[in-house]
Design a protein around this ligand. Structure first.
Ligand code: UDP
Length: 314
């Protein structure tokens, strides 16, 4: 039975990953999370599995994991643009020192190491869609830099461990992902719009709403990450959906799904908000045989239902 160490396993993508490993891979999973943006409720769900273990630690500080480990997945990091304002130093710490410590752990245990990077390494992209060999357009002095640059630093750290220390590495560049267990107060587009719609409030659209994103359902994201983890592919791989849409189209879709009478409230565009984003997934498709399966028409209603339950129960 494989044993996995998963940082950030109390978070949105992390908890789905943990559940899949426990349920389908039949693995033992040790989640390390300080709950700064993770949710105790997600830990509660995972605690139903006998092979699950939780350690409440800040992975940017030294920690110890006892026993054998086959895989280390470093997924911990606040990831919403509102977190960039609220937790700048925590974000830089977890992606720099946190990456180094997790890589050292993997090396010491002889484990394979996976780093959760991001489409934000491409910044506000001038190349569209974004292939992995595009080097990006990040403003190092802007408000998103704490995330973008620390993820870029994390990738450099992982590459150095691979090159100089012989670590067996994988790097996934995660694009916009949505689904159950996103925090309602997360501040990102889909949680904001669904929470607003369910409360009968106007839907906030920043700028003219013509900026684009490509939203991948979380089960597809988990499939892609695990396909990469078990593959022999060492170079970074984009995982996300090529189904691109404007922010305004998403607001209209959520309005139709919940209450077609809702208003749209236009608010200022945040500084450095990327104008467009869509992954080139040729590498994932050709090397991993992965492509997303869940269309928005299926994933969005599931997400709305989950939010309905979550917000109804508080
Ligand atoms: N956005 C919006 N209204 C909101 C929240 C976000 O119009 O209530 C926009 C935001 O400006 C961006 C897009 O939606 O253009 C996606 O933002 P999100 O915070 O979800 O993630 P990002 O892709 O920017 O990291």
């Amino acid at each position: 039975m494989a044993r996995y160490v998963l940082t950030g396993g109390a978070g949105f993508i992390g908890s789905h990953l943990a559940e899949r490993l426990l349920r389908e891979a039949g693995g033992e999973v040790v989640v390390l999370d300080n709950l700064v943006t993770g949710d105790r409720e997600n830990v509660g769900l995972l605690e139903r599995y006998p092979n699950f273990e939780f350690m409440a630690v800040d992975v940017a500080l030294p920690y110890e994991v006892k026993g054998p480990v086959d895989y280390v997945l470093h997924v911990a990091s606040p990831a919403s643009p509102v977190d960039f304002e609220r937790l700048p130093f925590e974000i830089m710490a977890v992606n720099s020192e946190g990456t180094r410590l997790a890589a050292e752990l993997a090396l010491a245990k002889g484990a394979r190491f996976l780093f959760a990077s991001t489409s934000e390494v491409y910044g506000d992209p001038e190349v569209h869609p974004q292939p992995e060999d595009y080097r990006g357009n990040v403003n190092a002095a802007g408000p998103r830099a704490v995330y973008d640059e620390s993820k870029r630093f994390g990738e450099a750290m992982v590459a150095a461990f691979g090159r100089h220390r012989g670590l067996d590495t994988r790097v996934v560049r995660i694009f916009n992902t949505y689904g159950p267990r996103m925090r309602p107060a997360d501040g990102r587009l889909i949680p904001n719009l669904i929470s607003q719609a369910l409360a009968g409030r106007p839907l906030t659209v920043y700028g003219d709403g013509l900026q684009t994103r490509s939203f991948c359902y979380v089960s597809d994201m988990v499939d892609g990450i695990l396909a990469l983890l078990y593959s022999g592919v060492v170079e970074p791989v984009n995982v996300g959906t090529p189904e691109e849409m404007t922010v305004l189209e998403m607001a209209q879709m959520i309005r139709e799904a919940v209450d077609s009478g809702l208003e749209i409230a236009y608010e200022p565009l945040p500084v450095d908000d990327p104008r467009r984003r869509r992954p080139d997934i040729t590498r994932a498709t050709e090397l991993l045989g992965w492509r997303p399966q869940v269309p928005l028409s299926e994933g969005l209603p599931k997400t709305v239902e989950w939010f309905r339950g979550k917000l109804g129960s508080v």
